[in-house]
Design a protein around this ligand. Structure first.
Ligand code: FES
Length: 305
């Protein structure tokens, strides 16, 4: 019976090679990218891990757990990158393959609960697809195909005194599992919780005061909460006395965009979409620009019209 199981997993091992390779490349790329991109670990950058966490906290179903992540975003950012590298390496060389797959599942789950939570329809979330893509590898492992685990087993069988201890490997596997689990918290910050359509898009709203004129800097912007929709809105005064406003919700998956500068416009901390100061899309993955919100100056206030 054991031989039959081994035979089946070996067959599955060959079948899973393309999937293993793809997931390995994606996670190795993700880990390297995070460590190589200074903005990711720079808490002052609108594209940083810190900005992502702050953007997610108010809307994610696990937002209440993200306080420590926001407070230590540098450490969690490094941890997340290392965890992704560990998952990618494990899948690539077939080392602790099932543990690596479990780590990948925990990562994808974290991202789904945060950044991808608002994907519409829900089954279009890429993180949900990644989560299930890991499950065949979790069940079958490497099947001994292109596998450092199998090589170590053969070395141990050939040299009982050298290949030794499964205990050490088990402890290492446990360590990787811990990394994967921590990744659940760390990854949660990497993406942000999506929102559903805003109240503004669902129905006309009554005029509402967004900000005092004096609170919006000339040549700058101020983020406010629209009292009519409870949605974040950016109010801009690019030239003295000329006010514009845009929905701060990224049209990709619902993160709150950050205002960078009049020249650079807006940046989404979740997946890097960028918009100019007029809300036009500069680069995706968002497929459209920020929704403009008509505003007028009413005495000393800026309000929706
Ligand atoms: S939510 Fe994905 S780029 Fe903004």
């Amino acid at each position: 019976m054991l031989d039959g199981w081994r035979h089946r997993t070996a067959e599955a091992g060959w079948i899973l090679v393309p999937l293993r390779g793809f997931l390995a490349v994606v996670y190795l790329y993700g880990g390297i990218y995070k460590l190589a991109d200074r903005r990711f670990l720079d808490a002052t950058s609108p594209l940083s891990m810190h900005a992502s966490v702050e953007a997610v906290r108010g809307t994610s179903p696990v937002g209440g757990l993200l306080g420590p992540v926001a407070a230590h975003s540098f450490g969690f950012g490094v941890l997340l990158a290392v965890a992704e590298l560990a998952v990618g390496l494990g899948l690539l060389v077939g080392l602790f393959t099932r543990v690596a797959a479990l780590g990948g599942i925990l990562l994808a789950l974290s991202l789904w609960l945060t950044v991808s939570w608002g994907a519409q329809p829900w089954f279009t979330s890429a993180d949900l697809v990644y989560l299930f893509a890991f499950t065949p590898v979790l069940i079958a492992g490497s099947g001994g195909v292109l596998s450092a685990d199998a090589w170590l087993d053969r070395a141990r069988d050939a040299h009982p005194g050298v290949g030794e201890d499964r205990t050490r490997r088990t402890l290492l596997a446990g360590g990787l599992t811990v990394v994967g689990a921590v990744l659940l918290g760390g990854a949660a910050l990497f993406r942000r919780t999506p929102r559903g359509p805003t109240a503004r898009s669902a129905a006309p709203t009554a005029p509402a005061t967004l900000s005092a004129v004096a609170d919006v800097p000339v040549g700058g912007a101020r983020k406010v909460t629209d009292p009519a929709t409870a949605s974040p809105v950016w109010v801009l005064q690019l030239q003295s006395g000329q006010f514009t406003a845009y929905d701060a919700i990224c049209p990709h998956q619902g993160c709150t965009v950050n205002f960078v500068s009049p020249g650079a416009g807006f940046a989404c901390p979740c997946h890097g979409s960028a918009f100019d100061s007029q809300g036009h899309l500069l680069n995706g993955p968002a497929s459209r620009g920020l929704a403009p919100i008509p505003v007028v100056v009413d005495g000393t206030s800026v309000r929706t019209s």
